[in-house]
Write a protein that binds this ligand. Structure first.
Ligand code: X8Z
Ligand code: ZN
Length: 594
C-alpha cells in the first residue's frame, strides 16, 4: 500500500463520520512533507536528464515524475474530502486548494497509463532537446544555431530553408503528443476538471472561465498598440524585401521577423529603425567586442543588479553547479531555465549563453526566478511558489526593464547615453520584443486549451495553429503547411508541456512592477529612462512581494508591490505612449490589418 494511503487515514474515516479540522491539519502536514520530498527527487532526476540526454536518464526522470504524479494525484483526491469541513483555518484551506491544483500534468488513475504518460513526456522533452535540422550536404543545426541564423541573416531564401528545416524536426513528435494529451486529460478529469486546460486555468485564484476572460480583457487593452506596430513593421519589411514577398495588406510571412517562432522581433530592428537615427547602440556588438566579459561575466553583471537592490549574492554552489555554456560533447536541453534543487539554497541556471543582447536579457529573466525562489524559501513547501505563474516570469524581466542606456553607461558597457531624440528609436526596439510578443504569448495556450478540450483534434492540429497565428499575430507560414507537419511541436513549451499564458501575463505585469518600483526608487523621468539600479527602497518593496511566495491570493501580492489589485496594461501603454503616437503618424495612409 502506498505510504499516503496508510498514513493519511483520518479518525473520521475510521469511524465513518465527517473529518474534523484536526484531521485536515494532520493531512496537510503529511501531504506537504511528502510532496516536498518527492519534488526534490524529481528535480534532481530532471536536472540530470536535461543535462545529459540519454535513454537511461530519460527512464530515470520518467520514473521520478511518475512517482511524484501518483502521489500528488492521490493526495489531491484525498484533499477533496475536506471540502465540507466548515471550520478550517485560512492556511489549511488554502493549502488544501493548492494540493488539488499542484499538478500541471496529472496522470490517469491506472498507474500503467501514468507510466506511459511520463515516458512520453520525457521522450518529447529529450526529442526536442536533441533535435537537429540536417541541411542537405551541410552540418546539422541545433536550435542555438538556428536562432543565430534567424537573428542575423537577411537572405529570404536562407531564412526560408532554415525555417522549414527547424519546423520539420517536430513531425515525429505529433503522434506522441496526441497520446500525451489523451492521457493527461484523463488525469485531469479524474480530479474533477473538465480537461487539462481547465485545470491550468484554475490556478489563478478565480474560476477558470473568469481567467480566460481576464486574458481577453488584457489583450483588448494592448491590441491597438500591437496593430500599430504590425502595420509599421510590415510596411518596412515590404520596402526591404519587396511587395511580392511582403504584400501590403496581407499577413507577414513568419520567417522574416528575426526569430524562428516570430515571437519577438527585436532582431530586425535594423530593418525597421527610423532612418535618421544614428545614435542607436547595439548591445550585441558591444558584448562581442568586450573580450574581458565572457558568458559567465554576463551572469555576474545580472547578479550585481540584484545585489545593488539589497539582495544577497548567489551562493557559491550556483556558480559551481549551473550550466552556462553549451557543452560540445553531449546533448542538453538548451532552452534556458532556472532551478531550485533542494528548496533551500541549491539554486542554478541551465542555459547555453551566447554573447548577444537577447541572452543578456534572458540572464536577467532566469536570475529573477532564482531570486524569487530564494526569497520564499522560508515559506512552507506549498507556498514555495510565486503568487501566480505570471509573477515568476515577470520578476527578471522587470529588472531587465531597468537595463537602460544610463545604467549601461554607469556599469561601463556604453560610452555615453543617447540623447532624448533617440527615444523613439529605443522604444521601437523595446516594442519589437515586448509588444510583438503579446499575441504570441496568448495564442499558444489558446491552441492548447482547444486541444485539451477536444475542439482541436490531431486531424487539424496544424491548421488550428496557423488559424490562431493569423488571428492573433497577423502572420502566415512562408509556404503551404499540411497535417503531416506539427509546427506547434517546434516550440519548446509545447514539446515540454510548459503552460504559456504565464508569459503573456508577465509581459503586462513587468511594466506594472517597473512603474511601481520606479516610484519607490523616486525616479521621476519617463518609464523607459528609469532604472531602479542601486535603489534599496525599490529592493525592499520587491522583496516584500517575493517573500510572500504563494501564501496569499495573487491580488494581495500585486498590492504589496504596486498598491493595485488588478492586472493592468496601462503601465505598458504609458511606457510606449510616445511610440504609439509616432507609429500612428508614420502609418497614415498605409494599409493596416490583415
Ligand atoms: O521560456 C522562457 C524562459 C524560461 S522560463 C527563457 N521564455 C519564453 C520563451 O522563450 O518562449 C521567456 C520569454 C518567453
Ligand atoms: Zn522563465
Amino acid at each position: 500500500m502506498p505510504q499516503e494511503q496508510e498514513m493519511t487515514q483520518t479518525s473520521a474515516e475510521m469511524t465513518g463520520s465527517l473529518p474534523t479540522a484536526d484531521d485536515a491539519e494532520r493531512f496537510v502536514a503529511h501531504a506537504e512533507a511528502r510532496l516536498a520530498e518527492l519534488n526534490v527527487e524529481q528535480q534532481r532526476a530532471e536536472w540530470v536528464a536535461e543535462n545529459f540526454i540519454t535513454h537511461d536518464t530519460q527512464v530515470i526522470a520518467a520514473q521520478a515524475s511518475e512517482k511524484q504524479i501518483n502521489a500528488a494525484v492521490d493526495l489531491a483526491m484525498k484533499a477533496a474530502r475536506f471540502d465540507a469541513v466548515p471550520t478550517l483555518s485560512y492556511d489549511i484551506r488554502r493549502k488544501l486548494d493548492l494540493i488539488k491544483l499542484s499538478l500541471t500534468t496529472p496522470g490517469p488513475s491506472d498507474s500503467s497509463r501514468t507510466a506511459e504518460m511520463t515516458k512520453i513526456a520525457a521522450q518529447l522533452s529529450a526529442g526536442y532537446g536533441a533535435a537537429r535540422y540536417r541541411p542537405p550536404g551541410g552540418d546539422p543545426l541545433d536550435i542555438e544555431e538556428i536562432t543565430e541564423i534567424m537573428r542575423s541573416s537577411r537572405e529570404p531564401a536562407r531564412l526560408l530553408e532554415v525555417w522549414r528545416g527547424w519546423h520539420s524536426i517536430a513531425r515525429p513528435l505529433k503522434q506522441q503528443y496526441a497520446r500525451f494529451v489523451e492521457l493527461t486529460n484523463e488525469g485531469a478529469r479524474n480530479l474533477g476538471y473538465q480537461d487539462a486546460g481547465a485545470l491550468w486555468r484554475s490556478k489563478y485564484d478565480m474560476p477558470p472561465d473568469a481567467f480566460a476572460a481576464e486574458v481577453d480583457r488584457l489583450w483588448a487593452q494592448v491590441k491597438p498598440l500591437y496593430d500599430s506596430l504590425h502595420c509599421y513593421v510590415r510596411w518596412n519589411l515590404g520596402k526591404r524585401y519587396g511587395e511580392s514577398l511582403v504584400p501590403p495588406a496581407a499577413p507577414i510571412p513568419a520567417h522574416l521577423l528575426g526569430n524562428i517562432w516570430a515571437q519577438e522581433w527585436g532582431n530586425i530592428d535594423d530593418i525597421v529603425a527610423p532612418q535618421a537615427d544614428e545614435r542607436r547602440f547595439d548591445l550585441t556588438e558591444i558584448l562581442k567586442h568586450r573580450a574581458d566579459i565572457d558568458e559567465i561575466g554576463m551572469v555576474r553583471i545580472g547578479e550585481r543588479f540584484f545585489t545593488s537592490l539589497g539582495f544577497d549574492p548567489l551562493p557559491a554552489t550556483f556558480w559551481e553547479r549551473s550550466l552556462f555554456k553549451q557543452p560540445q560533447d553531449r546533448d542538453v536541453v538548451c532552452h534556458a531555465s532556472a532551478w531550485d534543487l533542494d528548496d533551500e539554497d541549491d539554486l542554478r541556471v541551465k542555459m547555453c549563453i551566447r554573447k548577444t543582447s537577447d541572452y543578456f536579457t534572458t540572464i536577467h529573466h532566469e536570475l529573477g526566478h532564482n531570486f524569487y525562489q530564494r526569497a520564499y524559501k522560508r515559506q512552507p513547501f506549498l507556498y514555495k511558489n510565486s503568487a501566480n505563474d505570471g509573477f515568476h516570469e515577470a520578476v527578471g524581466d522587470t529588472i531587465a526593464l531597468s537595463v537602460t542606456p544610463a545604467y549601461l553607461v554607469r556599469i561601463g558597457l556604453l560610452d555615453k547615453e543617447p540623447p532624448p531624440q533617440s527615444d523613439i528609436a529605443l522604444l521601437l526596439r523595446d516594442a519589437l520584443d515586448k509588444v510583438a510578443f503579446l499575441p504570441f504569448g496568448i495564442m499558444i495556450d489558446q491552441w492548447r486549451w482547444k486541444v485539451f478540450s477536444g475542439e482541436v483534434t490531431p486531424a487539424n492540429y496544424n491548421k488550428a495553429w496557423w488559424d490562431l497565428r493569423l488571428q492573433y499575430q497577423g502572420i502566415a507560414p512562408p509556404e503551404p503547411r499540411s497535417e503531416e507537419d506539427f509546427d506547434p511541436g517546434a516550440k519548446y513549451h509545447i514539446a515540454a508541456n510548459v503552460p504559456y499564458s504565464r508569459y503573456f501575463l508577465a509581459r503586462i505585469l513587468q511594466f506594472q512592477f517597473h512603474r511601481a518600483l520606479c516610484q519607490s526608487a523616486g525616479s521621476e523621468g519617463p518609464l523607459n529612462r528609469s532604472s531602479i539600479y542601486e535603489s534599496h527602497e525599490a529592493g525592499r518593496r520587491l522583496k516584500a512581494m517575493l517573500e510572500m511566495g504563494a501564501s496569499r491570493p495573487w491580488p494581495d501580492a500585486l498590492e504589496a508591490i504596486s498598491g493595485e489589485r488588478q492586472m493592468d496594461a496601462t503601465a505598458m501603454l504609458d511606457y510606449f505612449a510616445p511610440l504609439k503616437s509616432w507609429l500612428d503618424e508614420q502609418n497614415k495612409g498605409k494599409p493596416s490589418g490583415w
